[in-house]
Each structure stands twice: as structure tokens, then as C-alpha cells.
Design a protein around this ligand. Structure first.
Ligand code: FDP
Length: 341
């Protein structure tokens, strides 16, 4: 038996312990956020386990009949898991899920002070081929518990208290920011706990990767086309950037956060607002990027300054290393100048 390794394992920083430490710095903290987060973590563990079994389920018919019972699709199942966990936490008030057309207003008897916007299983078109997928979430505080309206979730991203994602990949990784940096935790299946494995993540100031669906290039606007051209044929003597695109936002953003570079899902002639959703894709990922020292831009403004008017609103997004996003901002500024001249 390796006693040295065992001794090492007695001082693990679990996600709950980490959040408790962070919250204890706030004298007004009553533990509500920690309870909310532990329910999100529970949802992630449940989905991680369901995703692991998905390949096998596929062999016996994913949405078909098994043992006389209808087997639920993973995204539907994940949504149910998160809605139940969040309502059951007793700490939420309004929920917005990618899977539900309307927002869920929690029964007044079970209400708490937090709003959670989430995509229970993002990148779901990748499930059947085993590519990494994930859950994304953003957390707000409500203004008045007795008078909760949709406006409590239609807040600018900069008012978010916390955001994160959980990636179901070769390992299960939960990346979280509560507004003081970004930390990554990996699920240790033998303990059933998320352990701090990536403390204080900082995105490189400039990266060597760009990530975009180039199949949409014919519909791009001039700044996006120019930026991608610069990535391939840099004129300043720097090496060309590599293209990496998984087509699963959590996986593409995770790589961007760790290796640097830029992830873009721009507007184009066919989709003037891009594809990605403000409340549960653009905002949470932008919050993490800024907390890691990067930037996030919509083509017009800082992404976190956007004020959504609808819960499923979309926005173009450019996020990643500070200097790379700065280049995109300069190209949009140049275009604005030339069209106003
Ligand atoms: P998916 O359609 O598989 O659910 O918004 C969802 C999303 O995946 C993101 O995870 C991903 O970044 C993007 O769409 C991929 O879109 P394209 O297939 O248009 O590139």
C-alpha cells in the first residue's frame, strides 16, 4: 500500500470546502450559496453518470422502449435532474433552462433568493458520437423575494454572482467562478467528490488557436472575415494560429480557457444575432473569461453589459485571450469608423 499517496489524499480541497472558505470571507454569508451550489454539484454528478452510460444505452436504443419503459433522452433527463435539484435546494426563486420555453417560478413555500439560468446539456448534438458535452450555469440574486418577476433574470451579465460549467469528457471537470477568480475541480469517481485540480485559472494573454465554425464563412461580416484571414496569414511575422473547433461550447471554451486563443460564434447574414443564448451560454462563459483575465465581446459591446429582453435571446460572441479579443474589437471599430465616414 502506498502510504505516502494515502497521506496526501487526506488533505483534499473539495468544491464544497473551497466554496465554504470563499463564503466565510463574507460576514453576511448564511451558507445559502453553499447549499445551492451543492445541489448544482449533485445535478452534475447525476448527469456525469448518465452521460457515461449513454454509449451503452445507445446500443440498446436511446429513446426507445426498454423493459417496457420509455427511456428519456439525455437532455430531457438532465433538465429534470437540475430543475428538481435546484427547486429542492430551497434556495431558488426563478429558473431559466434551455430546455423549457417558459421560466419556472418556484412555489413560494420553497423559495430562496437565487435565480439560476442554465443549459442542462449543452452541445447535445455531440452525445451520440461520444464528444465532450457540458452543463452551463449562471447565478443571480433576486431583488425582492415577495415580488419576483421575469426582470430578475433579465439582468446584465455583469450583475451575475457566480457562473460555471461542468464538462463531461474524458474526465468530469467543473469550472467555477464566484467573482474572485476561476477554479477548476475534477470529479474523483472513487470519492464521488470534485477536487480542486486547477486553482486560479488564468487564460494566456495571447493564444495560438482560433475556434469557429468556418462552414459559415460565406455569410460572415467584414471584421470576422478579416480576423480569420489574419489568423491564417499573419502580417506581423507571428506564426499562423491553429484552428480547433469541436462544436460543443463547453469543450471549446474549456480548451480556450486553458490554452488561450479565441472562440467565436459571430453573427452572420443568415443569423443576425448569432446562435448562442445570452442567459445560459454567453453570460456564464463571459463571466468566467473575464475572471480568468480574458475578454468577451459581442461585436458591439462588452458581452456582460448586454441587457437581455427575452429569456432565450441570442447574441454573437467573441471570447478568449485578452489580446486576441482586442484585435477583434479593433476590426469592428475600424468598420464602424469607415461606415460612418
Ligand atoms: P449544439 O447545437 O450541439 O447543442 O448552442 C449549442 C451548441 O451545440 C454549442 O454547444 C456549440 O458551440 C454550437 O451549438 C455549435 O454550433 P454549430 O453546429 O452551428 O457550429
Amino acid at each position: 500500500m502506498d502510504h505516502a499517496a494515502d497521506a496526501h489524499r487526506t488533505d483534499l480541497m473539495t468544491i464544497t470546502r473551497h466554496v465554504l472558505n470563499e463564503q466565510s470571507r463574507n460576514p453576511e454569508s448564511r451558507g445559502d450559496f453553499t447549499i445551492l451550489l451543492s445541489h448544482i454539484v449533485l445535478g452534475c454528478k447525476f448527469v456525469a453518470s448518465a452521460v457515461n452510460k449513454a454509449g451503452l444505452a445507445q446500443l440498446i436504443g436511446l429513446a426507445g422502449e426498454t423493459n417496457g419503459e420509455e427511456q428519456k433522452k439525455l437532455d430531457v433527463l438532465s433538465n429534470e435532474v437540475f430543475v428538481k435539484a435546484l427547486v429542492g435546494s430551497g434556495r431558488t426563486c426563478v429558473l431559466v433552462s434551455e430546455e423549457d420555453e417558459e421560466a419556472t417560478f418556484v412555489d413560494p413555500k420553497l423559495r430562496g433568493k437565487y435565480c439560476v439560468c442554465f443549459d442542462p446539456l449543452d452541445g447535445s448534438s455531440n452525445i451520440d458520437c461520444g464528444v465532450s458535452i457540458g452543463t452551463i450555469f449562471g447565478i443571480y440574486m433576486i431583488k425582492d423575494k415577495d415580488n419576483v418577476t421575469l426582470s430578475d433574470v433579465l439582468q446584465p451579465g455583469k450583475d451575475m454572482l457566480a457562473s460555471g460549467y461542468c464538462m463531461y469528457g474524458s474526465s468530469c471537470t467543473l469550472v467555477l467562478s464566484t467573482g474572485s477568480g476561476v477554479n477548476g475541480f475534477t470529479l474523483d469517481p472513487s470519492l464521488g467528490e470534485f477536487i480542486l485540480t486547477h486553482p486560479d485559472i488564468k487564460i494566456p494573454k495571447k493564444g495560438r488557436i482560433y475556434s469557429v465554425n468556418e462552414g459559415n464563412a460565406k455569410n460572415w461580416d467584414v471584421p470576422v472575415a478579416k480576423f480569420v484571414e489574419k489568423c491564417k496569414y499573419p502580417k506581423d511575422g507571428s506564426p499562423p494560429k491553429s484552428l480547433r473547433y469541436i462544436g460543443s461550447m463547453v469543450a471549446d471554451v474549456h480548451r480556450t480557457l486553458l490554452y488561450g486563443g479565441v472562440f467565436l460564434y459571430p453573427a452572420d447574414q443568415k443569423s443576425p444575432n448569432g446562435k448562442l443564448r445570452v442567459l445560459y451560454e454567453v453570460f456564464p462563459m463571459s463571466f468566467l473569461m473575464e475572471q480568468a483575465g480574458g475578454q468577451s465581446f459581442t461585436g458591439k459591446e462588452r458581452a456582460l453589459d448586454l441587457v437581455p429582453t427575452k429569456i432565450h435571446e441570442r447574441s454573437p460572441i467573441f471570447l478568449g485571450s485578452y489580446d486576441d479579443v482586442e484585435e477583434i474589437k479593433a476590426l469592428y471599430a475600424e468598420q464602424a469608423k469607415s461606415s460612418s465616414a
